[in-house]
Ligand binder design. Structure first.
Ligand code: CA
Length: 464
């Protein structure tokens, strides 16, 4: 009898250990969404940079999946982030444009991510996640648009579109705005990329025992061009001052991505944490000396240089290591992926333009995640169907490229393929005509620059 009791106790203890372990491996995964700001596609050693070594971002791809055709839904910060956080094209709900220097006449109460929309932070919060954003918001200044009203439990950062790297003032405006924080008195900033790294490490450490969603919203390497003396010294061989500062800023971003990765590993969360790295748009060659080679164009326009970005996912044990996924994907897919992995169901009530990428990466679904993409930004619009991409500009003949053999968009094939040009123009027009009017417009200055940006020449090869 006594021996049977001992035996039963041992079995019970064993079963509870097995059960606890199962719970641990079956628990809801954590999500870390690392977003670089205005990073050039070429400016990672992963993508061939000879000037900037980015071993930590490279490691994400070596240990995870690199998407060779990863897009964002808009070529500038705010609408791209509106898409990223909702999983829907910003233009489908009137968030077409950037916030900052907007055209007057629109009600400022609508200058932000429309309240009709639900963020992935709200969806994950409802599924039991603790949600945090560290860094740049850029989805509205008015109180109703504040990140703490849009699904985030924690916020350390600023609501504007950029920030000084060294200075935040208690009564500062614009890029010198004070740091806001709802869980502690924010520390004085040192170098803001490092400060954000500190907060990310702290967030992961504090929330390691519960499912979490961390939006690590870096502003590097967005202007203003500011780097530490020590980092500038590493790039003293680069003669162009702006480029030297840019390289130092990307280097510091990479260091802090590394700190996030190390914290996940140190806390034993690697097998239960999906980590994403992306840039919110292509590099603005003119303002931060970034390079998008081999892509033509830059931030603000719909050539590949504005919308084709570094796009990486890592999840140890769940996703293959060192895989390159070649079918086109879009940043709208992250919200759908996170939501389904967290136990949410994408139904008719949850209208997302993105899809859960996991079955496609694992080969469980052999189809392409998307057959086509559409973009619209101020005066331009574009459509990609298969390898064909058409860009429509006012008062010009549309441009047509075959990306399979012309990723640099150098050979306009519109005249040679008039039937395809007409068909794609019609499909694009049918999509465009059903979109709502924007709730706020880009300022005139930004719009006026558009055609000029299409006409410029961009570096299409890596500098030495
Ligand atoms: Ca940006």
């Amino acid at each position: 009898m006594y021996i049977k009791f001992i035996f039963n106790t041992i079995v019970l203890v064993f079963l509870s250990i097995v059960s606890a372990n199962c719970q641990k491996t079956n628990a809801k995964p954590n999500f870390i969404l690392i977003v670089a700001d205005d990073l050039g596609f070429a400016d990672l050693s992963l993508n061939g940079s000879k000037q900037i070594a980015t071993p930590n971002i490279d490691r994400l791809a070596e240990e995870g999946v690199n998407f060779s055709q990863g897009y964002v839904s808009a070529p500038v910060c705010s609408p791209s982030r509106a898409g990223l956080l909702t999983g829907r094209y910003g233009v489908s709900f009137g968030h077409d444009n950037n916030i900052g220097g907007n055209q007057p006449g629109f009600d400022p109460q609508f200058l932000g991510l429309p309240l009709t929309e639900t963020t992935i932070a709200t969806r994950l919060h409802k599924l039991g996640y603790v949600t945090g954003i560290i860094g740049k918001w850029h989805l509205g200044y008015e109180p109703q648009f504040h990140p703490l009203k849009r699904g985030f439990d924690e916020f350390w950062g600023y609501t504007g579109g950029g920030h000084d790297y060294f200075v935040a003032l208690p009564d500062g405006k614009g890029y010198k705005a004070p740091i806001e924080c709802n869980y502690k008195t924010p520390q004085a900033i040192t170098y803001i990329t490092d400060d954000k790294g500190d907060e990310c490490v702290d967030f992961i450490t504090r929330h390691k025992k519960e499912p979490f969603f961390l939006f690590a919203s870096f502003n590097a390497p967005h202007a203003p061009m500011q780097a530490t003396e020590a980092d500038l010294e590493l790039f003293k061989n680069i003669k162009n001052e702006k480029r030297r500062k840019y390289c130092a800023m990307v280097h510091r971003l990479d260091i802090n991505v590394g700190r996030i990765l190390k914290t996940v590993e140190k806390e034993g969360l690697s097998k239960n944490t999906l980590i994403v790295f992306i840039s919110d748009n292509g590099g603005p060659v003119d303002s931060n000396a970034s390079i998008n080679a081999p892509f033509n164009g830059q931030k603000g326009i719909l050539l590949e240089g504005g919308i084709h970005v570094p796009f990486i996912m890592k999840w140890m044990g769940k996703l293959p290591a060192g895989k390159t996924y070649t079918n086109p994907v879009i940043s709208l897919d992250f919200a759908a992926t996170f939501y389904e992995l967290a136990g949410g169901k994408i139904t008719d009530d949850v209208k997302l333009d993105g899809v859960n990428l996991i079955p496609f990466i694992l080969g469980d679904n052999a189809d392409k995640p998307h057959e086509a993409f559409n973009w619209k930004f101020t005066i331009s619009a574009a459509i990609r169907e298969g390898d064909w991409k058409l860009i429509r500009l006012p008062d010009r003949f549309p441009m047509l490229y075959n990306l399979a053999n012309d990723i640099s968009e150098q050979n306009d094939l519109a005249f040679e393929n008039l039937d395809r040009t007409k068909a794609m123009l019609k499909t694009l027009g049918n999509w465009d005509v059903h979109l709502p009017h924007p709730v706020f417009l880009e300022g005139y200055v930004w719009k006026a620059r558009q055609l000029d940006l299409y006409d410029r020449k961009y570096p299409l090869v890596q500098p030495e």
